[in-house]
Structure formats: structure tokens, C-alpha cells
Design a binder for this molecule. Structure first.
Ligand SMILES: NC(=O)c1ccc[n+]([C@@H]2O[C@H](COP(=O)([O-])OP(=O)(O)OC[C@H]3O[C@@H](n4cnc5c(N)ncnc54)[C@H](OP(=O)(O)O)[C@@H]3O)[C@@H](O)[C@H]2O)c1
Length: 245
């Protein structure tokens, strides 16, 4: 993992369960991290925990401001990013017949369109630098579907097709773009699930437990390192062996 030392990294959703674990592992390997989220208190806590990072408050659903956001990050990171981790994500669950247009749109706009724009503006820098790694966080639900999550499943499946296409477009530019697809991981997002339903979920996981955020971060760091230089357009599953159909 020596290749990660001083690499300039943008991580979205750093304040969340999986994002904090990803931030922690990049700090451990000596990367220059710019951590983002929307909540001041959580960002301050992150800064206290990992003193050697930059933090930036930014709502990635503000699409018109993403280009400027990436420019600002690039200045802070002295020409980076070398690595972009698109991890921020939301759910707005509802059975599809009751799902409002806003619930549909909010999830697609944030999970998929913001990922597109963050990639687009970061890739411009990566082409100049002749180097880049992008990891987009998708979900098992993008492969299997899930009751009440048609919007979320569509956004996460969309990320996979989008990633494969980008990977082909930029492989010759020395930019690797992959997905990590977590199963059910112990974070705020899964804390919202009814405990009875959670038991059913765990009974379907061969490893017989929810994942830990670090289980996901360990794969993200591998794909971000030079150990994964010949891997692009792939999705790595981190789900305790769940059946994907
Ligand atoms: N947990 C799971 O079981 C699981 C499974 C599969 C995939 N995933 C995916 O993994 C990723 C991380 O999930 P998590 O479980 O760690 O969720 P989480 O704890 O709820 O964290 C979500 C993160 O997204 C950020 N975020 C939300 N809205 C944002 C916005 N408008 N602009 C910028 N940042 C925003 C949050 O920042 P603030 O709080 O600062 O706003 C937070 O840092 C998501 O993409 C999720 O879909 C999770």
C-alpha cells in the first residue's frame, strides 16, 4: 500500500458509517484526504479524530456547484484529486405505487447524477495528471432489487452501468474506475431497518452477520492502490456471500 502515501483523495459522505471507515484507512496509509459531508458537527468530529485531513462542507445535490467544488478541492489538494471515492448516498423508501416523484428524483439526483458530475469534473484533472482511480459505492440492492427501494435500486444499478462505460472510456488515460457493492453494513442507514426485518436479512447472509464499515473500506483501499492497476470497470461485492440471483 506504499503507493497511497501522499495521494490526493476526495471522499464524499466521509461523515457516515462507511465513509468514516474509508477516511480512516486512507489516513492510515498516509494519503492526503479531503473529507466531505453536509453536517458541520460531524465534519468537526472527523477533523478532531483525524487531525491531518482537510474537511469541506458541501451538498452534492447542488449540481450546478459541483464543478466549482471540484476546482476548490483541486486547489486545496494541489492539483488533485488522484483518487475520488463517491460514497455519499441516501434512501427515500416507499412502495413504488406510493412513491412520490420527489422521492424518486431525490435519490436518482443524489446517488446517480451527483456521481456522474463528480466523476466528470475530477476526470478532467486526472487526464492532466495522467493518473486516476475512482471508486463508486453501489449496493447489493442494485443487483437484487428490494421492496420499497425501486428508486435506490435504480440509482445503484445505474452506477454500475455508468462505471463500466467510464472505465472503457478512460482506461487508456491510466484512470481506473470500479465499483464496490456492499451488502448490509452496520451503519445509520441500516439502523433504520425494523429489527424483525433485520433478523430475516441476517438469516439470508451466509456469514450470518451484517458487515462492518471496515469490511468495505478494506476493498476500497485495495482498488485505490497500485495492487489493482489492472482492474477497471469491475464491481467487487462485500456482502458475506449473499445470493445475487
Ligand atoms: N449501510 C449499508 O448497508 C449499505 C449497503 C450498501 C450500500 N451502501 C452505500 O454506502 C454508502 C454509504 O452509506 P452509509 O451506510 O455509510 O450511510 P450513512 O451512514 O447514512 O452516511 C451517508 C453519508 O452520505 C452523506 N450525504 C447524504 N446526503 C448528502 C448530500 N446531499 N451531500 C453530501 N453528502 C451527503 C452524509 O453526510 P452528512 O450526514 O454529513 O450529510 C453521510 O456522510 C451509500 O452510498 C450507501 O448507499 C450502504
Amino acid at each position: 500500500m506504499d503507493s497511497l502515501k501522499d495521494k490526493k483523495v476526495i471522499i464524499t459522505g466521509s461523515t457516515g458509517g462507511i465513509g468514516s471507515a474509508i477516511t480512516e484507512i486512507f489516513v492510515k496509509y498516509g494519503a492526503n484526504v479531503l473529507a466531505t459531508g453536509t453536517n458541520d458537527e460531524k465534519l468537526n468530529n472527523l477533523k478532531k479524530k483525524f487531525q491531518n485531513i482537510n474537511t469541506r462542507k458541501f451538498d452534492i445535490s447542488c449540481h450546478k456547484e459541483i464543478e466549482k467544488f471540484v476546482e476548490d478541492c483541486s486547489k486545496t489538494l494541489d492539483g488533485g484529486p488522484d483518487i475520488l471515492i463517491n460514497n455519499a448516498g441516501i434512501t427515500r423508501d416507499n412502495i413504488s405505487l406510493r412513491m412520490s416523484h420527489d422521492e424518486w428524483k431525490d435519490v436518482l439526483d443524489l446517488n446517480l447524477t451527483s456521481t456522474f458530475l463528480l466523476c466528470k469534473y475530477s476526470i478532467k484533472r486526472m487526464i492532466k495528471n495522467k493518473y486516476g482511480k475512482i471508486i463508486n459505492i453501489t449496493s447489493v440492492v442494485g443487483h437484487t432489487g428490494n421492496i420499497g427501494q425501486s428508486n435506490y435500486a435504480a440509482s445503484k444499478s445505474g452506477i454500475i452501468g455508468f462505471t463500466k462505460s467510464l472505465a472503457i472510456e478512460y482506461a487508456k488515460k491510466n484512470i481506473n474506475i470500479n465499483c464496490v457493492s456492499p451488502g448490509f453494513i452496520q451503519t445509520n442507514m441500516t439502523d433504520k431497518i425494523d429489527p424483525k426485518f433485520k433478523e430475516i436479512i441476517v438469516s439470508k447472509i451466509p456469514s450470518n452477520r451484517l458487515g462492518n464499515p471496515s469490511d468495505v473500506a478494506n476493498v476500497v483501499i485495495f482498488l485505490s492502490s497500485d495492487l489493482a492497476d489492472y482492474i477497471t470497470g469491475e464491481t467487487v461485492h462485500v456482502n458475506g456471500g449473499m445470493y445475487l440471483g
